[in-house]
Each structure stands twice: as C-alpha cells, then as structure tokens.
Design a protein around this ligand. Structure first.
Ligand code: ADP
Ligand code: MG
Ligand code: ZN
Length: 490
C-alpha cells in the first residue's frame, strides 16, 4: 500500500498542468437576446418570453450592453478585440436547454490573447488567456424541495438567456495555489470593471478546472480531466490538489487517466467521474443563422476603452507612491473598488494619509470584524476616519480617546463626526493642572527619571503614558509633550 510519503515522492516526479474555464454573468438588466429581466431570485419562470423559452420562430436580438461589458472585461484582461466576431450554435440536449442549442461563440470569439499576471513563490508569472467569448446561459434544473414526491425535477428558465462571458486560460497554471491566485486576480479585475458582481453563491462566477499531470521534463501534455462547477475558490484549490494526487497514483500504479468530466464532493474532499469519453460531446457548432456577424469597430472599441477604470494592480502602485503607504497597506485598502475609492476620498482630505491607512487596517478592521460587518456597512465613514486621523495627528485627541470614540460609533451606529461633537472629551488644556500631574508622576517614578536624565530619552514615552493615564486621556497630548520635555530636562 502507498504511504503518504510514497505519494509525496511520486507527486514530486510529476508536473501538474492546469487550465481554467471561468463563466462570469454580466450585470446587464436584460438578457442577451431578449428584453426579459435578469434579476436573480424572482418567481421561477417569470422572467421569460418566446425568445428565451426557445419557441419556434422567435428571433434573437443582441443586447449591445452585453457587447460593451464583454469588451470592457476583455480589455481589462489584456485581450485583443476581434473586430468581426461570429455567434455560433452549440448543440446539445439537456432538459434545461429549451432550444436544444446554446448561442455561443466558437472559432471567432470577441476577444483573444490576453493574460493575467499573478504572484508566485518565484515572482510574477503571466497566465495566458486563450479567449474570451459571449454566450447565453441555460436554465436551471431543480431536484430538491418537492415535499409531495421524491425524484422530481423542475426546470426554471429565468436564467435561460442571461448573458455570460467565458474566459478560457492557457494551460499555463502549474499548481493549485497558482490556480487560486489566478482566480483571485481574475475576480478582482472583473469586479473593478463593474461588469459582474462575481457572486459565487448566486452562480455569477463558475469555474471548471482542467487538470493533467506529466513527468517533469516531458514535453507532451498528459490526458486531462475536467472538474466541473465547483462553487468556491477554496474548493477549487482542494479539488485540483485531489485531482493531481489521484492522477499521479493512477499512473504510478500502471493505470491511465481517461479524458472525462468529474464532480467535486466538498464534504468527502474527492472528485467523482461524471461522464466518460464515450459520451464525449460533439457540439456540431455552426454559425448562428439568426444573427449577423458582430462588428465592434475601432470607434466603438475606443468608446468602451474610455470606461475602463484604473485597475487594482496599477492602483496599488499609485497609492503607494501618492500616500506614502506600504504595499501591504495598499493591498488591504484595494480589496474592493468601493473600499479603495472611500479610502482615497479620506486620504485626499486628510493631512495624514498614512495614519488613515493605519486606522482603517487597525482600529476600524478590528471593530468591523467584532461586529461582523463589512466596510460598506461601517458606521464610521471614510470622512469620519479622515477627521479622526487629523485630530489624532494634531494631538487634539489621544489614541485612547480615539478608540473610545470608535467604540461609541459602533455601539450607537453613528458616524465619527456626530459622536465627536456629542462626546468630545473635555480637554485639559490648563497648563497649571497638567504641570501638577507631571510633578506627581515624576516624583512617583524616580528610577525612570534617573534613566532619562542619564540620557535614555526614550523613557519620555513612559512619562507621557503615565500622565495620560492620570488624566484619563483627557490632557492635550501636544501640551503634555511640551511641558514634560521642559520638566524632564530639569
Ligand atoms: P476542450 O475542447 O476539452 O474543452 P480545450 O482545448 O478547449 O479543451 O481547453 C479547455 C481548457 O483546458 C483550457 O483552459 C486549456 O488551457 C485546458 N487544457 C487543454 N489541454 C490541457 C491539458 N492537457 N491539461 C490541462 N489543461 C488543459
Ligand atoms: Mg471545455
Ligand atoms: Zn426572454
């Protein structure tokens, strides 16, 4: 029997080859070839018409928004746009496919030859994007939730005709980690373009992973298996890891990988054969006779290009340079476009963007986590953060007070400026009063005073802390610093 270390040794002899096919649902209001709503969660079979029901004689009319969104995504993914692309019929039988074919694109897709740059242990790596094409979604078969009878299936065609783009990668991905990183970056870029919400639970982003292994140094690819429709990035990573191990063990024990589709069972952590090559698809593609060739000329391309926002990687570089924050700061602050927009709004009005960045990552994130909120639902706006940062920077409030005020904001669900107005601490700005406290603190800590006077200037921070403690954080930090300096010097 193979032990775990045997398996590891065997895996080391092999090199995984992975290519991903990602379907992304576009955020158009209406479907790709009819004016039915694309809204998720409506009553089953309520967003339908003769076109998306596949009635004979009903004709498709292309939604131009779909084209714009597809081109926008393609540009963001460094693809070349094909001026004249062709829709094609992909024929197959499935209960949720009323026409018996899906309108897709085949040999002349809207975009090709793109790439995504990912970070790997060995530095940056470009993963090629073979093609990006448009297609309509199929309906949905529902197998559960029939109390009256088991083994029933119903079909909901609300999703039939919803616009998708499919993004097919080159087999450039060499590990489960790289696949994960590729997907993370892909999703981030698509989200920035705004063409999809990439909501995996609602099926707005779906991924099929093609996996094969070959002996290191071998030129030809091994036979691939395709793991279908895994619904989280973490599971895709696990499914790929499982698949690599399965294929290596199979080959090492004298077997052969068969080309097939497999399903991942996340509870068991393994993949299962779904259909074998005997049933391999012949889609009998041919050009869709009901649609003209699609022409996206240079002028239209340029117009769409103007809508392309700054993309996350470029934005991170700019933010590091502009606000003097670290790369790590920039990584956290650009998690979503909205988050980054908000940060920049605050950073631009604040005198200390670096402090804003620290507050967002520290005090704000900690409270968001404790209250289980995402940034969009933060009671403290970025303007509030900017205001608090400036108050702290100017020494008007101590960090202790800032924290207390943040706590109040979260408890009362009010923004910082409002809470600050109401709860603004009585600042002790009375020089005499502060001096008195300083004298007391110095008298109570002769050892530290001796250290300071012997040249250990860092002990000053200790004294500042003690004075702030005595005044419950209400002394003006600026004043405390100034007065302490004089007194400590003697
Ligand atoms: P199919 O016709 O089976 O869908 P394609 O050539 O269109 O195959 O490729 C589909 C995906 O599989 C692409 O992402 C591609 O990079 C990837 N792929 C192709 N050959 C292999 C292989 N031998 N191992 C792993 N992935 C592969
Ligand atoms: Mg395929
Ligand atoms: Zn319709």
């Amino acid at each position: 029997m193979a032990t775990a270390s045997d398996t590891l040794a065997a895996i080391a002899k092999y090199e995984p080859v992975i290519g991903l096919e990602v379907h992304v649902q576009l955020l158009t209001n209406t479907k790709i070839f009819c004016s039915c709503s694309t809204k998720f969660g409506n009553q089953p079979n309520s967003n339908v018409c003769p076109v998306c029901l596949g009635m004979p004689g009903a004709l498709p009319v292309l939604n131009s928004k779909t084209v714009e969104y597809a081109v926008l995504a393609a540009l963001a993914l460094n693809c070349q746009i094909r001026e004249t692309s062709i829709f094609a019929r992909k024929n197959y039988f499935y209960p949720d496919l009323p026409k018996g074919y899906q309108i897709s694109q085949f040999d002349k897709p809207i975009a090709e030859h793109g790439f995504i740059e990912i970070k790997t242990a060995n530095g940056l790596k470009k993963i090629g994007i073979t093609r990006l094409h448009m297609e309509e979604d199929a309906g949905k078969s529902l197998h559960d939730g029939f109390p009256d009878a088991a083994n029933k299936t119903a079909v909901d065609l609300n999703r039939s005709g919803v616009p998708l783009i499919e993004i097919v990668s080159e087999p450039d991905i060499a590990s489960a980690e790289e696949a994960y990183e590729y997907l993370r970056r892909l999703k981030e870029i698509i989200l920035y373009t705004g063409v999809s919400d990439c909501n995996m639970e609602e099926g707005s982003l779906r991924c099929d992973a093609n996996v094969s292994v070959r002996l290191r140094g071998q030129k030809e690819f091994g036979t691939k298996a395709e793991v279908k429709n895994v619904n989280s990035f973490r599971f895709i990573k696990q499914a790929i890891e499982y698949e690599i191990e399965r294929q290596v063990e199979l080959i090492e024990s004298g077997g052969k990988v068969v080309q097939e589709s497999r399903l991942y069972n996340s509870q068991e952590g393994r993949t299962y054969s779904m259909r074998s090559k005997e049933q391999a698809h012949d889609y009998r593609y041919f050009p869709e006779p009901d649609l003209l060739p699609l022409v996206v000329d240079a002028r239209w391309q340029a117009e769409i290009h103007k809508q392309l926002p700054e993309l996350p990687e470029g934005r991170r570089h700019r933010m590091v340079a502009e606000y003097g924050i670290t790369e790590q700061d920039a990584g956290v602050l650009t998690v979503t476009k909205n988050f980054a927009d908000q940060f920049e709004e605050a950073a631009r009005v604040s005198k200390s963007p670096k402090r804003v960045a620290n507050l967002v990552q520290g005090e704000l994130q900690a409270r968001l986590k404790a209250y289980n909120l995402d940034i969009e639902h933060s009671p403290i706006s970025m303007k509030g953060i900017a205001m608090s940062a400036d108050l702290a920077e100017a020494g008007t409030i101590s960090s202790k007070i800032l924290k207390d005020l943040y706590d109040l904001c979260f408890e009362r669900k009010e923004d910082f400026p409002a809470i600050y107005e109401k709860e603004k601490p009585e600042q002790i700005t009375d020089t005499g009063a502060i001096e008195k406290i300083i004298d007391e603190v110095m008298a109570a800590n002769p050892k530290q005073l001796e250290q300071y006077r012997a040249g250990k200037k860092t002990v000053k921070a200790f004294f500042v802390g003690q004075v702030m403690k005595e005044t419950k954080g209400q002394a003006s930090p600026g004043l405390v610093n100034e007065l302490l300096e004089k007194k400590l010097e003697g």
